[in-house]
Ligand binder design. Sequence first.
Ligand code: FAD
Length: 335
Amino acid sequence: MTEDSVVFSELCKLFGGRMVTNAPLAHLTSSQVGGPADGLISVQTVDELVEVAWQLYKIQVPFLVLGGGSNVLVSDAGFRGVVIHNMARDVHFDMNSHPPTAWAASGANFGLLARKAVAKDLTGLEWAAGIPGSVGGAVIGNAGAHGSEMANNLILAEILHLFKGIEANNVTADSPKREEWPVNRFDFNYRSSNLKRKSKVKKNELLQNQTLQPEYIVLSALIRLEKGEKETIRRKLMEFSAYRQQTQPPGASMGSMFKNPPGDHAGRLIEAAGLKGMRVGQAEISKIHANFFINLGGATASEIWELIQLVNERVEDRFGIKLDLEIELIGDWIT
Ligand SMILES: Cc1cc2nc3c(=O)[nH]c(=O)nc-3n(C[C@H](O)[C@H](O)[C@H](O)COP(=O)(O)OP(=O)(O)OC[C@H]3O[C@@H](n4cnc5c(N)ncnc54)[C@H](O)[C@@H]3O)c2cc1C
């Protein structure tokens, strides 16, 4: 989308000062890497998220939703379209329901939600306290740690679902609907949901002239908790955070770069392939945990991409295992 295009001027007309143009994305990601988006719109509430997405669906502009930016690698060229930065962060606890629950807008920080639950002597979410992303990102990717995952806690999530090709007055139009999905509808598995799988298929099969827009947006989530014993909950939280501190490197990263293959660990394979500590420019495969790629300061997405390719080649050569990326690539990539 160029600044003199019709679509761009329509966007400016619709959103005016609400949209930042040619907006840097690096500071919205945990790796601090990546180029600009054509447009960036921040939303503060679920209704605002719905309203902005509606407008973008209508004018058929490519867009995506960014939560904590902790599971994405944005290309150096950035994203041609609009990024909705999800800052809808409301959280409510219901202590009297059976079981007690937390309702969270999808832009709420998942780790913070877990720590708020602990402060209310509610147990069940301690495992999530160190996860830096949003609740929406955690639903899409079935975030997990310490043997638990979103699938175990989620009761339901509200989704904005774009139905394709609804007939209205003989015109085929796309129409988004708000729906409540119970946990089983997400068909969760290891670091994945059917929403994530469908979006991957769609990106791979995008036809010419088709616009890259999410078919599903997570709006909010209702999470199951339990009343617990204050000291036990706090001890668990401290054990988990001590474990994280011992095993995970500090610094700007995306967390685990690759999924663990069945019966093994991506970090172990990368280390055994002799790549721990390998650097390209300012990007480094961590010396502490080989599945973490660190931006030492000023790294580019291309440098991180070189490391990804190196790992893919070496691990496949040595062990015959094709590692699968856990993170998502945003923008233009030749893969
Ligand atoms: C230091 C560190 C530690 C980590 N530890 C863990 C861990 O223990 N376990 C774990 O599972 N992960 C971990 N991660 C990875 C990451 O935090 C999780 O995957 C997190 O759930 C991603 O959420 P996010 O909001 O940052 O997603 P983003 O990176 O913002 O987005 C990821 C994808 O989800 C889409 N998306 C985001 N929000 C929505 C929405 N509301 N609706 C539709 N699509 C959406 C985006 O378009 C993108 O495709 C870690 C990352 C870091 C940096």
